[in-house]
Design a protein around this ligand. Sequence first.
Ligand SMILES: Cc1cc2nc3c(=O)[nH]c(=O)nc-3n(C[C@H](O)[C@H](O)[C@H](O)COP(=O)(O)OP(=O)(O)OC[C@H]3O[C@@H](n4cnc5c(N)ncnc54)[C@H](O)[C@@H]3O)c2cc1C
Length: 346
Amino acid sequence: MPFDKLPIVIVGAGPAGLECGKELARAGEYVIIFERNPSIGKKICAGGITWNGQLQNLPEDIIQRKFHAQKLFTPLQEVELVSAEPMLATIDREELGSYMANQARKLGVEIRLNTMVSKITSHHVATRNSITKEVDIIQYKSLIGADGASSIVRKHLGIPVRDFGIGIHFILDQKVNKMEWHFAPEYFDNGYAWIFPHRDTVSIGAYCDKRVLKPAQLKANLINWASHRGYQTENISVKARRISYDYQGWNFGNMYLIGEAAGMTSALTGEGINAAILMGDFLAKHLREPKRYPRLYPGLVQKWSSHKHMVDITRKSSFKKHVLPELMIAALRLGLIGFEKLELTK
Ligand SMILES: Cc1cc2nc3c(=O)[nH]c(=O)nc-3n(C[C@H](O)[C@H](O)[C@H](O)COP(=O)(O)OP(=O)(O)OC[C@H]3O[C@@H](n4cnc5c(N)ncnc54)[C@H](O)[C@@H]3O)c2cc1C
């Protein structure tokens, strides 16, 4: 082992953990990432990324489809937004995962798959390998929770996840050409449904705050809505996950939270890949130069807060949940606001 120093331990090899690990290793840190799954990137996700998010940074072969236009539907409007730059693209999470893991490994990050962090103390983690059943105790210099919506690091810190939405989708083997967003309060309350085309498949899904629709209701409404729109809904496999947007900070002494573990996702759309990468990158910068990078990007926190505010006001008022999407889409159509209002970027 080339290092005689303690490692920085990262829990979770999602976009947040891989980005952070890569940048720390670039700066000469000894980094170990523990991932409980046997492979990287198997994640329930529609794989949508935006132009102001990661679309400009990722290599072409990671991008599945790019969209210069997208359609937005409300009960009263049908709008097509068009731009010179591709506004959105889709990626496959396993392809993104292996691309990011290769980059991290090249810089010396050690990624231990099949290894779950099962216990945390102030200077050690206990891990368990699901194949060998081996239990290991690792001493760390810093511990980074990049372990998603049910983060063990966050639990250890005693920060409950109070605010979350439900993301739910199914995939059809069908080539679809248009990217669509549907604001249909009778089905999705103050949430929305998406149609995100990939190379030869399409993700059809919905997102809504857990306080307004229960997962079983959201699932029933999604199937009902999709079949009304002519999509095949027999024998489909519908998958759902919590999306935590309960951001309560990132810096807790020698422990840190990034990405969805920190709750840095959009309450409005459920978008979180870009924010996870941004937070991973930021934390690596902070650990290298704390004086220069003392605060998480204010623009990102401000965007997160404004999305949460919009969900809070629409969920409490039936009038607002019908009127706000109409106003927002009209403003987008008239060019009064840009699509970046909906993106969780810095
Ligand atoms: C249905 C659905 C659709 C979505 N669509 C989009 C979309 O189109 N665009 C978008 O930007 N976002 C989308 N999201 C959100 C996005 O998937 C997440 O915000 C993003 O993956 C967060 O990245 P992360 O690195 O923080 O966490 P994750 O990607 O969740 O990675 C966390 C990793 O930690 C590992 N882990 C957890 N606990 C442990 C442990 N104890 N020990 C070891 N490893 C552990 C997990 O196995 C996982 O690999 C969607 C989510 C859902 C549910």
